[in-house]
Design a protein around this ligand. Structure first.
Ligand SMILES: Cc1cc2nc3c(=O)[nH]c(=O)nc-3n(C[C@H](O)[C@H](O)[C@H](O)COP(=O)(O)OP(=O)(O)OC[C@H]3O[C@@H](n4cnc5c(N)ncnc54)[C@H](O)[C@@H]3O)c2cc1C
Length: 430
């Protein structure tokens, strides 16, 4: 108990968030062979919240000898309009193969396979090679379920439904030493006092009218780090996904129909029945990157060629109903829940706020410019430049989550647990 009458829990590594980044960080730190205490605190229930669990399409990774790191790297830079931090993008591309293998062989994830036993990789927009690993169209559930099980198996300390409110400083104001948490179930505060603090709360552009991310995300990690003075990068870059489902009168409007549909051949039409991507991207049409397709749909809508509910129409039935039902069962089910028949009819969709490319500036080892503070996953910026390619998001969170676990496990050794500044906590509580 602190003099502020707030209970205190001490740990070596505090991990805020339990998506792909937080879970991989916890597992890497736990498997580092060092005797360290790890605490994972998440706003949602561990394994049930965040967007990693919502990943439908899949995970971009170079596995086929006919593909190459250079191709994946160039695709990532092209998608990002060349403003990506190239060191971060290269690290993403080159570490992703070892992370996917680790997820299968060490953590028990199982991805779809070809008849010869190799991992199946499907096309995604903006890619020069089909390199998206997946488990049907429910890839994130597989990844997060298996990673969470491994966290529980290692008996890593976890706190469900604990929202980080703000970061803590030491008394000298020179380093971050944990976070003030709110136990959302009891409505009580808890001080998580830590040698190192990793922020991976998953960004989350949930302040828009139509948005796709999970509701437990509200850019808390970015906001806390910004208030603490951490350097930010590319904050103006917010991604809109082109195919958010329109459900009239429902708060679930904006929920995604995955990109693999366009990758596989689904077509987009305006209210006049014109396949408008023929005009905006004649070569690749619907397989243009999501920023291009979102802008094109938006142009159609503002030009008055949108549907009455302010959207456009996606037609997956052109691929054949059986193909759609076999390859996109999750999407078919989702549409059915809202009264749409994805396999047989056109479905109304709109650009929907999806992802923050910008965030906390990190180096390739996940250090921020504040001592004791680390960031990974969607909270961190720079990897994706002006636009993230579909399939590079979950790769980013697991690649950099793992790196953050390794880095914090190293940096924590011999580092003192500096007392926290109570006056600053009083300020936060005012
Ligand atoms: C519908 C949808 C589909 C997607 N499909 C794909 C895809 O097919 N391929 C792809 O590569 N990417 C996809 N993405 C993007 C991908 O989900 C993200 O890039 C990635 O999962 C982010 O991982 P993360 O670990 O940073 O955050 P998340 O997985 O979002 O996890 C955030 C965690 O932080 C917790 N949290 C939030 N606020 C706080 C707080 N204040 N204190 C403590 N904890 C907090 C949350 O509860 C959660 O546990 C998709 C996104 C969405 C929304």
């Amino acid at each position: 108990m602190s003099p502020l009458s707030i209970p205190v829990v001490q740990t070596d590594i505090l991990i805020l968030g339990a998506g792909g980044a937080g879970l991989c960080a916890a597992l890497h730190a736990a498997d580092s062979g060092k005797k360290i205490k790890i605490l994972v605190a998440a706003k949602a229930i561990i394994g049930k919240g965040g967007c990693s669990r919502m990943v439908q399409g899949g995970y971009n990774v170079v596995l086929n000898p006919a593909d190459s790191f250079e191709k994946h790297f160039v695709d990532t830079l092209k998608g990002g309009q060349f403003i990506n931090d190239q060191e971060l993008a290269w690290t993403l591309v080159t570490v992703a193969p070892e992370r996917i293998k680790e997820m299968e062989t060490k953590y028990g994830c199982f991805f779809d396979r070809n008849p010869d036993g190799t991992i199946h990789q499907k096309p995604f927009a903006g890619q020069s090679f089909d390199r998206t690993v997946h488990k049907g169209d429910l890839t994130g559930i597989e990844i997060v379920s298996r990673l969470s099980e491994q966290v529980f198996r290692r008996e890593i300390d976890t706190l469900d439904e604990h929202r980080a409110i703000d970061l803590l400083w030491d008394k000298e104001g020179t380093r971050i030493v944990g976070a003030l948490l709110l136990d959302m179930d009891r409505g009580e505060f808890l001080i998580a006092h830590a040698r190192t603090t990793l922020v991976c709360t998953g960004g989350g552009p949930t302040m828009y009218k139509l948005f796709a991310p999970s509701l437990d995300k509200s850019a808390d990690g970015i906001a806390m780090s910004y208030r603490a003075g951490a350097e930010m990068v590319d904050m103006e870059m917010v991604q809109f996904h082109p195919t958010g489902l329109i459900v009239k009168g429902s708060n679930t409007s904006g929920t995604l129909l995955e990109e693999g549909l366009r990758g596989a051949g689904a077509q987009l039409f305006n209210a006049l029945g014109e396949r408008f991507m023929e005009r905006y991207a004649p070569d690749v049409k619907e397989r243009a990157t999501r920023d291009v397709v979102s802008r094109s749909s938006f142009m159609e809508i503002v030009a008055g060629r949108g549907t009455p509910n302010g959207g456009v129409l996606i037609d997956a039935s052109v691929m054949g109903p059986e193909f759609v039902e076999k390859n996109f069962p999750g999407m078919v089910e989702r549409c059915k829940d809202y009264g749409y028949d994805l396999a047989h009819e056109r479905v109304e969709v709109s650009p929907t706020a999806h992802f923050f490319m910008g965030g906390i500036k990190i180096d390739t080892r996940c250090h921020t410019d504040l001592d004791g503070l680390y960031a990974a996953g969607e909270d961190a910026g720079g990897v994706h430049g002006a636009n993230r390619l579909g399939g590079n998001g979950i790769a980013d969170s697991t690649v950099y989550g793992g790196i953050a676990g390794d880095t914090t496990a190293n940096d924590v050794v011999g580092r003192e647990l500096a007392p926290f500044d109570e006056k600053r906590i009083e300020e936060i509580l005012k």
